[in-house]
Design a protein around this ligand. Structure first.
Ligand code: DC
Length: 425
């Protein structure tokens, strides 16, 4: 079959189908593989776009394709059909559709929670009009139906997927998430636990390497909380502010925006729009981080961001106070430690890798000062939570430590939700 022949067949197929045809089926009918089918669809789409004498377009909706008509000719077609469908919806119907589209799949109770009024009759009308459909049931008492918008909805609103919907006021999303969590906790009779794995310990205990390996193994992201204090310390130094000056730091923080970019699995700590990651591992940054992290105003700033990120997704957090303060309800907590000398040697290797020459004595001295400051401070000192599992990594290889931790996590999963099923990104 020539390329031209395949294109012509594709057009004929879509013409007779009328309804969206799954791309996988198109590939089967044309006897081509998925990539070739996608390329033929794309070519047809472009051909219609380019051709001013054609009134047709190719529509792609979540893995399926159909032919449609160019919206500019709607008046002619309406005249022909005598206005096929009156698309006017009531405000209540639009609102309900939006709630479903943004939160799908959603139950009637969830829709009611967001809208604040019973929406059953509106939902029924939307189902009758083919804009909403039931896609399953929720595995909770009463097995309520789960609702989603239909392909008809996507076509009527000119969307290829609900992912194309413009961002909305996130309150709507929050409300529904809170409601779902409340319902889950009511079902198990306890407050929902965050899907968080806390790894605390002093520097050089292996936290960040181990967190990274665990993250790869479990398929969930890691947040290095120390990087946040480091970045703020660096910003203070750049501004000529002493990282111990509470008032100056407070003023600085009031004008600081911090974003944590965890895409690509490599954390970027972005302050005021700039990525600080390359500048936060120097000895000066370590000292500034230790100083600035003592201040309550800094802790409040960083902990708020950490809790927000941990609430949204399954997460491994490494730090000093994750199990004791940031997420005291974390279902799994580890406290890693190692002898002073082993930790200093590891830190020395890190510094060498980063091109910062130092000596073991220097590192040990600095580490001792930092350790004392981090663990003797009043607020959120480096401390093992009562329910944290203590692992002394001095005599263990990284692999051994990770294996022990994975065993613990798997055991906890018998009674707790599974992290590996909550993969993110
Ligand atoms: O883990 P790290 O060495 O990158 O941490 C840098 C500093 O930040 C360290 O001196 C202690 C502080 N810190 C903190 O106070 N709380 C955390 N959760 C993480 C780090």
């Amino acid at each position: 079959m020539s390329e031209v022949d395949k294109m012509a067949r594709l057009e004929a197929l879509l013409f007779v189908s009328g309804d969206p045809l799954a791309n996988a089926d198109i590939a089967t009918y044309l006897e081509v593989d998925a990539d070739e089918a996608a390329s033929l669809i794309e070519q047809l789409k472009r051909r219609y776009q380019r051709d001013p004498m054609s009134g047709l377009i190719v529509r792609q909706i979540e893995g399926a394709t159909s032919l449609g008509t160019k919206p500019v000719y709607a008046d002619t077609l309406e005249a022909f059909y005598g206005k096929v469908r009156d698309l006017k919806l009531t405000d209540a119907a639009y609102e309900t559709l939006a709630v479903i589209a943004y939160n799908a799949p959603a139950t009637r109770a969830e829709i009611e929670t967001v809208r604040g009024v019973n929406s059953d009759s509106v939902v029924s009308r939307l189902i009758e009009r083919g804009l909403v459909r039931e896609v399953g049931t929720l595995e909770t008492p009463g097995r309520p139906a789960l609702l989603d918008v239909t392909e008809q909805f996507l076509m009527d609103f000119g969307l290829s997927s609900t992912r194309e919907l413009p961002p909305v006021d996130l309150m709507m999303y929050d409300t529904i998430t809170e409601f779902t969590q409340e319902r889950q906790s009511a079902a198990i009779g306890a407050a929902p636990k965050p899907l968080v794995i806390a790894i605390d310990g002093p520097s050089g205990s292996g936290k960040s390497t181990i967190a990274r390996l665990l993250s790869e193994h479990l398929g969930i992201l890691t947040l290095d909380t120390g990087a946040m204090y480091r970045a703020l310390g660096v910003k203070a130094l750049r501004l000529g502010i002493s990282p111990s000056d509470q008032e100056a730091v407070r003023a600085m923080l009031s004008e600081t925006s911090m974003e944590i970019d965890l895409a690509d699995r490599v954390q970027k700590t972005i302050v005021d729009g700039s990525d600080y990651t390359p500048y936060i591992r120097t000895p000066e940054a370590s000292k500034a981080a230790s100083d600035i992290s003592v201040l309550p105003v800094t802790r409040e700033y960083c902990v708020r961001i950490q809790r927000e990120i941990g609430k949204r997704q399954a997460l491994i957090l490494d730090g000093r106070d994750i199990g004791t303060y940031v997420f005291p309800d974390a279902p799994v907590k580890f406290f890693l430690t190692a002898s002073h000398e082993v930790r200093a040697k590891r830190r020395l290797v890190d510094l060498e890798r980063a091109g910062v020459p130092s000596t073991l004595e220097e590192v040990m001295r600095e580490m001792e000062i930092r350790d004392r400051q981090d663990s003797e401070r009043q607020l959120a000192p480096t401390k093992r939570a009562d329910d944290a599992i203590l692992i002394d990594t001095s005599e263990m290889s990284i692999r051994e430590v990770v294996d022990v931790m994975i065993d613990v996590i798997r055991q906890r999963e018998q009674v707790q939700p599974s992290w590996s099923q909550s993969r993110h990104g």
